[in-house]
Design a protein around this ligand. Structure first.
Ligand code: NAD
Ligand code: AHE
Ligand code: ZN
Ligand code: ZN
Length: 370
């Protein structure tokens, strides 16, 4: 069949909207009609050419929602008509990682996924007879995709696609990092670096669990108002500290250091600041931001010797098929706010404008509707 898709033919070039050929689902695979997709900073990161796993030509996108159109042989948990969110972190429930109960990083199909291929080592997309690669196992910038059954979370049918697509990455990553990675507790003090599509969800996660102080740090003052709406108690623009060092400033503001800090920028200098403004003895810093290939983090080991903990979080530590339907329920029950974070809606033909808005710092989330 044909599918209309925004294709990344080359790094650093705008996406091109073309009709691709799409092969049907094979063993264990599912054909999904994507109804809506968000644009995450990670898509821009891969398009920039700085992702060591970036492959071109490919169909980017990993924040989608849609409907099952067809299932391949052996698929048992999904049927035509089911509503789903594609998962770049699948959940097979049988690999060593899934069974450990210590991580959400299912490895069942990670090797082929990282090479832009389906688990059998081939691509379902092609253009003018040549293969086009998948991305993160999701490729939600295509109207139709084929995805492994274990990489699809079944969700309730009354949830609006143009909102819950954001649960496919940003919402789950931010809220989950607080609940599942940090396991932050009532009354904690936290600092969130980067108040974009991820950081604002960290803030709403912190409000949800009852944090006492939620400090937001961003170099863009225009993020202050929306962050306050989501629960931020203090705003810091590092460029407006009149020459004061940010780390001691934040330690002072949090009365000795934060219990939890979150990097949502992908900047390794910021990651160091986030670790070092943690409370001596117990503060934990969670790295969420994705840094360019080759970048490295640094600190004095003394920071760790004296009890600060450096952790990372992928997809908020969420187990996709188990936790994503629950987060959809939280949204439908009014426990979390997604609507106010979706600042722009675009048709597929204007997807490059969504990237421009992100780079200009004008959007939180732009959502493309098919
Ligand atoms: P975004 O562009 O919406 O937001 C980034 C924010 O950081 C912006 O508000 C920007 O002004 C701010 N910022 C940039 N440099 C800063 C600095 N030096 N100090 C303070 N603030 C600064 O991006 P996003 O979609 O929120 O993604 C944020 C990061 O999270 C990206 O690196 C993305 O790749 C990563 N990410 C990781 C995961 C994961 O599972 N680990 C999931 C999604 C996104
Ligand atoms: N391919 C990159 C790594 C990118 C990365 O860290 N991705 C996050 C999700 S970002 C979503 O917006 C992730 O889940 N990582 C775990 C994994 O297995 O990829 C690189 O640097 O090579
Ligand atoms: Zn993402
Ligand atoms: Zn697994």
């Amino acid at each position: 069949m044909k599918t209309r898709a925004a294709v990344a033919f080359e790094a650093k070039k705008p996406l091109q909207i073309v009709d691709l050929d799409l092969d049907g689902p094979r063993e264990g695979e599912v054909l999904v009609e994507i109804k809506a997709t968000g644009i995450c900073h990670t898509d821009a990161y891969t398009l920039s050419g700085l992702d060591s796993e970036g492959i071109f030509p490919s169909v980017l996108g990993h924040e989608g929602a849609g409907v099952v159109v067809d299932v391949g042989p052996g698929v048992t948990s999904l049927k035509k008509g089911d509503h789903v969110i594609p998962l770049y972190t699948p959940e097979c429930r049988e690999c060593e990682y899934c069974l450990s109960q210590k991580t959400n990083l299912c490895q069942k199909i990670r090797a082929t996924q990282g090479k832009g291929l389906m688990p059998d080592g081939t691509s379902r997309f092609s253009y003018e007879g040549k293969p086009i690669y998948h991305y993160m196992g999701t490729s939600t910038f295509s109207n139709y995709i084929v995805a492994p059954e274990i990489a699809l979370a079944k969700i309730r049918e009354d949830a609006p696609f143009d909102k819950v697509c954001y649960i496919g990455c940003g919402v789950t990553t931010g809220v989950g990092a607080v609940i599942w990675t940090a396991r932050a507790e009532v009354g904690c003090r936290a600092v969130v670096f980067g108040l974009g599509g991820i950081g604002l969800n960290v803030i709403q996660g912190l409000r949800l669990i009852g944090a006492d102080q939620i400090v937001g740090v961003d170099i863009n003052d225009s993020k202050k108002a929306i962050a306050e709406k989501f629960g931020m108690t203090d705003f810091v623009n590092p460029k407006e500290l009149g020459g004061k060092e940010i780390v001691p400033y934040l330690v002072d503001l949090t009365k000795g250091g934060a219990d939890y800090t979150f990097d949502c920028t992908g900047n390794v200098t910021v990651m160091r600041q986030a670790l070092e403004c943690c409370h001596k003895g117990w503060g934990q810093s969670i790295v969420i931001g994705v840094a360019p290939a080759g970048a490295e983090i640094q600190t004095r080991p003394f920071q760790l010797v004296t009890g600060r903990v450096w952790k990372g979080s992928a997809f908020g530590g969420a187990r996709g098929r188990t936790d994503v339907p629950r987060i959809v329920d939280w949204y439908m029950d009014g426990k979390i706010n997604i609507d106010d974070l979706i600042t722009h809606k675009l048709p597929l033909d204007k997807i490059n404008e969504g990237f421009d808005l992100m780079h200009e710092g004008k959007s939180i989330r732009a959502v493309v509707e098919f």
